[in-house]
Design a protein around this ligand. Sequence first.
Ligand SMILES: NC(=O)c1ccc[n+]([C@@H]2O[C@H](COP(=O)([O-])OP(=O)(O)OC[C@H]3O[C@@H](n4cnc5c(N)ncnc54)[C@H](OP(=O)(O)O)[C@@H]3O)[C@@H](O)[C@H]2O)c1
Length: 264
Amino acid sequence: MPSISDCKCVLVIGSTSGIGRALALSILDLPSKPTVIVCGRRKERLEELVATHHATGRLKSVTLDVLSERNALKSSIEEIVDTYPDLDAVLFSSGILRSFDFTRPETIDLDSLECELGTNYTSIVRMITFFLPHLIKLGEQGHPTFLYPVSSGLSIFPAPGIPDYCATKAALHSLSISLAVQLKRKNVHVVEIIPPLVESELHGFQSTTQGLARFWLTLEEYTKETMEGLVRGDSYVPAGTAVERYKKFEEGKLEAAARLYGQS
Ligand SMILES: NC(=O)c1ccc[n+]([C@@H]2O[C@H](COP(=O)([O-])OP(=O)(O)OC[C@H]3O[C@@H](n4cnc5c(N)ncnc54)[C@H](OP(=O)(O)O)[C@@H]3O)[C@@H](O)[C@H]2O)c1
């Protein structure tokens, strides 16, 4: 199975903090010595990462807001592909999390809800669409390429306090299955990363962080387990409690979808 270890150049969108940052740095440490491009809105964090890892000569950065207007986003992605023609993997870790209480509909801020949908789902479908001509071209030349959407264990079983977040992740999960099946014959491998609750800035809302800290995987534990799956070349990479959740509700779905689509 081709895996992250075969990649020459990996772009990690949403790597100014948390899971994306930790995975980007672990990928940078792979013995295969890929180029890693860190990406997000917070320029100072990107600059700090590049400065800290300057000695490798392989950590690059791109400032990007995934909520940019569609044509602007397309131009940014074309520019990335032009600058890094070896780009053979894109990991989508950008995401935000909001809570909504539908028992008090007057409190639902639809701008905030639509921003969550745009960040966690719509922007990712757009970016995948814009990256694919390049990735398919490399794939057809015999070089396997990869898309790594980061969904969540909550894509499989929702947490009712964060209903829109779970719905965006369920959408991304479903999309990942369909694209994995469609794109396999183009030598583009779609590998969904499915984190459980993990220590990160994502949870810095409404002072819930301290409570959650009793249950979450540390970033270090999470990154180790996920990197093992990525390096093995697993078809999907759940970790921690998401493994059990995946086994109970999802096992066999990807393979069944492939059979329905006429692939063995
Ligand atoms: N931590 C968990 O418990 C957990 C569990 C399951 C799934 N996940 C998923 O894992 C992914 C990473 O989350 P995390 O926990 O690492 O959270 P995090 O530390 O808050 O990281 C989120 C990243 O997304 C980027 N981002 C947000 N909006 C963006 C935008 N408009 N344009 C570009 N980048 C944007 C942020 O960069 P800038 O702010 O610099 O732009 C940041 O790098 C998310 O998709 C999340 O849903 C997390």
